[in-house]
Design a protein around this ligand. Structure first.
Ligand code: GLU
Length: 554
């Protein structure tokens, strides 16, 4: 009589190792008992999704905080959906955010003693485990075609029973090992299924680090564990890989909660201890008043590269994601004046349970605060690096022009009242462009936005006086006093208050005069601190621009 052992021996004749051998080959890690081993397990099916960055950020943080290990495993068993080169790209983008795995799949190479870290290279390990299950009668070959599976589904739909391959609907469940062997020898195509011992009407409970105890219907599905191409399914690979890579905490999206009973049963059947689970919320978006998942297709912000291209500093995106992870992070940044997530104590209990809404304003807030804390030199270096790839105009203006650009970036930088006008790097050129002569000429090409209430004559006189009397050596406050004197010379009040008290006798106040100078020099009614602008442009350029404006007014 052919037994399951014989069948397993036939199918897995190349396998001599046992699960015990693998246990020895991949022993428990030599880490302190509270050290966490976490992982990021992307499928190479496209760009790095914001949700994946979120997940890997939290996973790496948990490992980092506990002196544990964070590794990357490439889940490339879905060969149909694989996009060539996307594995490497994922690693590159992670490293852009300073997330460098301690071990695992690193793009062009792998590092660590628990590999291979690419699932398609782990066939041997899966085969050892499936052989073991089959020997116990817990795995069996299934010869059902797509059509047969579809028929079963239709029957179940008509009978209004739970859909899936289980119990009496699992046609190949009761095929004898003898018959199975015959069919395999005859070259029939098959997959291998797990033989569940569960029952949908029972409940199983497992603990989730974010959600507490979760009670959910037991698994009764005979899920596929090995596909006809010899590769494992997610469920099976998860059990084997997270066990033999000695993962302590599996952090993954909440969409996996529903399959957790399958995983619980697989771990048990394989004799593996269950890891801790943390099912994190997904990042959602409000669309016409409805919450929906960020979509790769519809939402540019689903892709991490969008934020890189816009020029959000990596610290900003990380801080923002940490504020999603733990709602107390934002408050912590305010009292600690620090956006370094490494210094923050993350906790699973403080994680939100529901899908979180993507909040652009919050990201902008973090970004502004973080950019305002850069030194001008650091900011300059970052801009050069970024613009080289994403903003040619900015790059050609700032490259090799460090002294001048650093002065510009230094305007009102640092201190309590630091200027927070930059949200992302793409905004920099539109804001500082007027400092460059070609851009200034472009801005004023069609005229200047002078206050139309003022007569051209008055503006011309103010500008002419300014050009001849401006003292470049004065510090800001004294310089502003001199501007007040200039205002008075032209019948403007030296303050808004004085003007308001006696509107009839003045043409306006010193603010109007400053505006005239600003419009002439910048081509706009707003600019960073005017004294700084004048200092940076220097007398020669200031004179040139003032004269140009006077000519325009003539
Ligand atoms: N490859 C799976 C995914 O991309 C990983 C899920 C997990 O982390 O276990 O969804």
């Amino acid at each position: 009589m052919v037994t399951y052992k014989d069948l397993a021996q036939y199918i897995f004749s190349d396998i001599n190792e046992t699960i015990e051998d693998l246990e020895k080959k991949y022993p428990p890690r030599n880490l302190s008992c509270d050290a966490e081993v976490t992982r990021f397990a992307p499928s190479p099916t496209g760009f790095l999704h914001l949700g994946s960055l979120f997940m890997s950020l939290v996973a790496s943080k948990v490992a980092y905080d506990s002196n544990g290990v964070f590794y990357v495993r490439l889940e490339d068993t879905d060969t149909k959906r694989e996009i060539e080169g996307s594995g490497e790209e994922l690693i590159e983008q992670l490293s852009h955010f300073g997330i460098v795995p301690d071990e695992g799949y690193l793009g062009s190479e792998e590092k660590g003693d628990y590999g291979p870290y690419t699932q398609s290279k782990r066939a041997h390990i899966y085969r050892v485990c499936i052989k073991h299950l089959m020997e116990q009668g817990r795995a069996y070959p299934c010869f059902c075609s797509h059509e047969q599976i579809e028929e079963i589904r239709q029957v179940q739909e008509a009978m209004k029973v739970i859909p899936g391959y289980y119990g009496e609907y699992a046609l190949c469940r009761n095929i004898t090992p003898e018959e199975a062997l015959k069919r395999i020898k005859a070259g029939e195509k098959y997959v291998i299924r797990f033989r569940s011992q569960g029952n949908f009407s029972n409940k199983v409970t497992f603990h989730d680090l974010i959600r507490g105890d979760i009670q959910i219907a037991d698994n009764a599905l005979d899920v596929v564990i090995m596909k006809s191409d010899g590769l494992p399914t997610y469920h099976f690979a998860h059990a084997c890989d997270d066990h033999f890579m000695r993962t302590t905490t599996v952090l993954r999206g909440e969409e996996w909660i529903a399959s957790a009973p399958i995983h619980l049963e697989l771990f048990k059947a394989l004799g593996f201890d269950l890891p801790k689970y943390a099912h994190a919320p997904v990042i959602m978006k409000l669309d016409n008043g409805n919450k929906r998942k960020l979509s790769k297709r519809k939402d540019p912000e689903a892709s991490v590269s969008h934020f890189i291209m816009e020029g959000f500093p990596k610290e900003a995106l990380k801080a923002y994601l940490m504020s999603i992870a733990n709602s107390n992070f934002e408050e912590w940044t305010i009292t600690n004046k620090c956006f370094d997530i490494n210094k923050f104590k993350f906790s699973f209990e403080k994680m939100s349970l529901d899908g979180v809404l993507f909040d652009q304003d919050k990201l902008n807030y973090f970004s502004k605060e973080i950019i305002a804390q850069f030194s001008a030199e650091d900011f300059y270096n970052r801009l050069v690096e970024w613009s080289k790839l994403y903003d040619e105009t900015l790059y050609t203006h700032i490259k090799g022009n460090k002294e001048y650009v650093t002065k510009i970036l230094n305007i009102e930088r640092g201190g309590e009242k630091a200027r927070k006008d930059f949200t992302f790097y793409k905004e920099v050129y539109p804001i500082i462009g007027f400092f460059f002569n070609d851009r200034y000429d472009q801005i004023v090409k069609d005229g200047y936005p002078f206050n139309e209430v003022m007569s051209k004559e008055v503006i011309k006189n103010v500008l002419t006086d300014f050009a001849s009397s401006n003292d470049y050596s004065l510090p800001n406050d004294l310089w502003f006093n001199s501007l007040k004197e200039l205002a008075v010379r032209h019948n403007f009040a030296d303050s808004n208050k004085t003007y308001k008290a006696n509107k009839d006798i003045y043409l306006g106040h010193v603010g109007d005069v400053a505006e005239m100078v600003r419009v002439a020099l910048v081509g706009a009614k707003n600019s960073p601190n005017l004294h700084s602008v004048i200092q940076i442009l220097g007398k020669e350029e200031v004179d040139k621009r003032i004269n140009k404006a006077i000519d325009y007014l003539a």
